[in-house]
Each structure stands twice: as C-alpha cells, then as structure tokens.
Write a protein of this length. Sequence first.
Lengths: 187, 192
Amino acid sequence: MEQRDPQTALADQFVVDAPNAGLPWRLMVFSIVLFVFSLFIFAGIKFGYTSYLNTRQDNLKAETQALAKKINPDDQIKYVNFYSQTLNLKKVLDRHIFSANLFNFLQSKTAINVYYTNATFSAEEGHVTVQGIAATSEALVQQLSVFDAAPELKSAVLTQMRFAEGGKVSFEVEFVFRDNFFQFPAL
Amino acid sequence: MRASSKRVISIGIAALFLLGTLLVYGSLIRPTYTEIEKKRAEVNAAETVFNNQKQATDQVTKAFTDMKNATKVREVISQALPVGPAMTQALHQVESVVRANKVVIDSLTIKQKTSEPNKQVLAKRLGKLQLNFSVSGSYESIRDFLKSLESNVRVTNVTNFDFSSASATGDKAVAAGTYSMQIVAEMYYQEE
C-alpha cells in the first residue's frame, strides 16, 4: 500500500470543491432562448398572421363586391316589377268585390207582388238602396219580413213608403250587407 | 476571472434577457395582439357579410330562375295588372264584355286617378283608372254584363252603380223591359 506524505494528506482534508457555475449558466441560456422565442412570436404575429388577416379581409371585400355584380341589372328590374305586380295584385284582389251578388240576392228574396224600379250601390259606404213598388201594403210587410230573415243582411231599413194609385205602395229600403257578402261571387 | 464573478455576470445577463422578454411582450406582442384581435373581428364581420350576401345572391338567382320559368303566371299577372295604364286594353275589355252580353254602351269616360303609394320599399305604386259609363239593355243582359265585368281578366272593381228601369227614369219612348245602369268602376295598373 502506498504511503502518503502526512502533510499532503492533511491538506487534502481542507480542499474545498470548485464552485459550481452550472445553474446561472443554464438560467442565462434559458433567458436568451425565451427572449429569442418572444421575438419570434412577435415577428410571427406581426408579419405572418397580420398579413394573412389583411389578405383575407381584402379577398372577402373583393368577393362581396363580385357577388353584387353577379346579379344582372336587367333581371333585377324585371324582378322588382314582378314583385311589385304580385304585391299590388294581392292588394287589389283583397279589396275586390262582386257587386253583382246583389242581383242574385234580390232574385231569391223578392216576394210575389213586389218589383223594383231602382237600385243604387256604393262600395265605399257599404250599402245598397232599393226602390220598388208593392201591390199592397200586406205585400210590402211580407217583403220586409223576408229581408229581416235574410242571413246575408246586417240590416234592412225601410226609409220611405208612399201610397200610390190602386192601393199600390212605393217604398225605399236601405240594406247593409254582412262583410263577406260581396267578397266571393255568387254561384 | 473568479467563478463568483462569472456567476454574477451570468445572472445579470439572464436578468437582462428576461427583462428584454418582458419588454418584448409588453410593448410589442401585446399591442400587436390587440390589433390582431380587432382585425380578426373585422374579418369575421366581413365573412358574415359575405356569407349573408352569398345566401341572398343564391336566393335571388333562384328567384330569377323561377320567375323566368313562370312565363304563364307572369302573363296572367300582367293581364290582371298591367305595367302602365294600358287604356287601350281597358277599352278593349269593356267593349268585349259589352258585346258578349248584348248591352248598349251609351257613354264612357276614363280618367287617371292619383296613384297609391306602397308600404314596401321596393314595390312600385299602384295606379288607378276610373271608368264612368252608362249601359242599357234587358235585365238579364245588364246583370250578366256586371258579372262579366267584375270577373274579367283585368281586375275591375265596381265602386258605385245606379240601376233603374227605363220607365222609372221617365223615358217612355224606351221599350218596356229596358233598363239602364250608370257605373263607376276602377281598373288598376302598376306604375312603370
């Protein structure tokens, strides 16, 4: 076994380990990497993503404008005309009435010995005035009771009555029809 | 150089880079990110506009095609409600109805009335023609004439009429069984 000098052996006892510089060095490398990474991120979003978004926005604007041009102006005018016609036709048909229904009504609701001399119709006021002659006052009463029972009427008001020669009675009746009476043509 | 000095220097450099990183984040990345957020919102809005526009364009194109294919419907609609007053057509229709029902037309005047505005933005105004005319004939003829007029292809609304027998008007010269009718009617058209 090798014999060591006692002084050297004693000095070995007091040798201190060389200071360990590993941690600060790694910290420095880590901070440099982090810094470079942050610069890379910045460059990426500034020059990569932003320019991508700008291009996308420009493309969308151009495509939207191209879409508007896709519609032919002539077709557009024709379509607006067609649309307006359809809309106006609906409006007109909604207010369309069949005043000729009055004839069917009078034909079916007139008693014997009664005839009419005049009839006026006003769509705006919504009423009809009929003048006629009844052979007798009984015939007129009978006629008025037929009107009273008519489901088509809201009201039938005798506005005038005059006795004429030979027991005849001239009369005037004002009718107010139910709302849907003039809406559909009578069969 | 002593090891402790090296350590201090490396710690100092690390701190500087970390500070630099924070500066890059705070003064470059964050403002750019905010800007990007704004830009993304703009792009999203532009995408929504584009998609809506595309959908609308597709629908309009389909509607155009449907309209072009519906030739008969368009013809019928144009007869019922022509574009422009089409007075000649109006006269022709009245005349056809008069002839078909064997009544005599005594007088006829046509005048344009004020057009009706439309509530819908795109829709054009509804024009009106007012027809004042007087016809005479048998009871059946006049009744059928009125029915035909109201069920005519071009929509006609009778607003007033006055129906009377010739004897009621005191016209003794007119043969018995003859009636006359004064009619006020409206025909419609669409403004051009």
